[in-house]
Ligand binder design. Structure first.
Ligand SMILES: NC(=O)c1ccc[n+]([C@@H]2O[C@H](COP(=O)([O-])OP(=O)(O)OC[C@H]3O[C@@H](n4cnc5c(N)ncnc54)[C@H](O)[C@@H]3O)[C@@H](O)[C@H]2O)c1
Length: 364
């Protein structure tokens, strides 16, 4: 190799583009013309995709048939998970429910069977990787190949960071994001083998913007957003066409076990049934991202444009208190698999819920 090229590689002379110092072999690659052409090509593609997106939103996208699919819903023993499971059962899916709450599992199982659906409930602690891998094998043996994986289970501590005990922070990350790694590692290989599958990540708007008292929750949900995006890109880079991913980012939801007392101004909290319907639509149309409500998608870019004090005012105005009733939890609680006691405000929610709140109207 010429000395000039070697020096360039070593970064000794650091020549700028199109200067005479660029070695001959590198010149073609890094010309301005090349860059301009790349940008133009990208812009053309981008315009094409935007037009395609507008066309699809006007004309609609054909919905895929889920009949016969085996759908696994984590956190299916209550809240949003049970509503998603009921809808999937209506569409002819075989339902597999994972939850730490045995009573909640039994409730949802009864409801699914009441609709004439097939349902298999498993008590799983999603904070335990061993538990996840073990039960995943059991599901494959007893039910079959999971084609639709919905990572929905979640917990929230809901306290100021310095009041949050370490074990709750750990649990938030274990359930809200690390469990996604283990479930995907357990079920993705078979999806790839059959070139057929869908992985749904139930994240949150809290994964896109920070909220006080939700430092652990927001960071775990932010990680969930990153997880979905990077995984989708990885599948695309590998040329996988039959396995899809969807990221769901809802605002606060009413009448589930999680943010019941949230103090939200201007933007009404969401109906859990509407969110469940939106999740199903995203699945059936292979939608990569569903922000709920949809107009938040237009507001999000402002986060990067306007000065921080505006963002801070907006978030504090919108959510004056995410967890009004939260109080510090001094003592770590012993973790058990089947906690059926009344939840304490100081423990990570909603692990201790015996059954979904009475207000929970399960419309299908
Ligand atoms: N409720 C909201 O306002 C809201 C807003 C945005 C996003 N989300 C997300 O939606 C998802 C569902 O929330 P939800 O409102 O239905 O909450 P929920 O509390 O009603 O339901 C969560 C379910 O997860 C289960 N779970 C908790 N820890 C578990 C563990 N270690 N192992 C197994 N199962 C466990 C619970 O038993 C429960 O059935 C969560 O990921 C949540 O972060 C909720």
């Amino acid at each position: 190799m010429a000395t000039e090229s070697q020096e360039y590689m070593n970064g000794i002379r650091r020549p700028g583009p199109l200067t005479r110092e660029i070695p001959e072999c590198m010149r073609d690659k890094y010309t301005i013309i090349q860059t301009v052409l790349d940008v133009l090509a990208f812009l053309m593609l981008a315009i094409g995709y935007v037009i395609q997106g507008i066309y699809k939103s006007i004309v609609g996208i054909p919905k895929k048939d889920l009949k016969g699919s085996i759908a696994l819903v984590t956190g299916g023993g209550g809240g949003l998970g049970s509503l998603i499971a009921l809808r999937l059962a209506r569409l002819g899916c075989v339902i597999v429910l994972w939850d730490i709450n045995k009573k909640g599992l039994e409730d949802t199982e009864k409801l699914v069977k009441g609709l004439g659906g097939k349902c298999f409930g498993y008590v799983v602690d999603l904070a335990s990787r061993d538990d996840i891998y073990q039960v995943a094998k059991k599901v494959e043996k007893e039910v079959g190949r999971v084609t639709l994986l919905i990572n929905n289970a979640g917990v929230v501590s809901g306290q100021y960071l310095l009041d949050t005990p370490d074990h709750l922070i750990q649990r938030t990350f274990d359930v809200n994001i690390l469990a996604h790694f283990w479930t995907v590692k357990a079920f993705l290989p078979a999806m790839l083998e059959h070139n057929d599958g869908h992985i749904v990540t139930i994240a949150s708007m809290a994964g896109q913007v920070g909220v006080a008292k939700l430092v652990d929750y927001c960071s775990s949900k932010s990680a969930a957003c990153g997880f979905d995006e990077a995984l989708r890109l990885e599948l695309e880079v590998k040329g996988v066409k039959g396995v899809h991913t969807s990221l769901i980012c809802p605002y606060f939801i009413r009448a589930t076990g999680m943010f019941e007392e949230v103090n939200s101004r201007f933007v009404p909290t969401l109906s859990s049934n509407d969110v469940a319907d939106r999740v199903i639509l995203a699945i059936r149309t292979n939608e990569p991202l569903a922000v709920i409500p949809a107009y938040f998608r237009l507001l999000l870019p402002f986060k990067w444009i306007v000065p921080w004090p505006c963002i801070s005012e907006l978030i504090r105005g919108l959510v004056p208190d995410a967890m009004p009733a939260a109080s510090p939890a001094p003592e770590p609680m012993r973790e058990t698999k089947h906690i059926l006691a009344t939840p304490s405000k100081c423990e990570s929610r909603p692990m201790a819920l015996a059954s979904p709140p009475a207000r929970h109207d399960r419309q299908v």
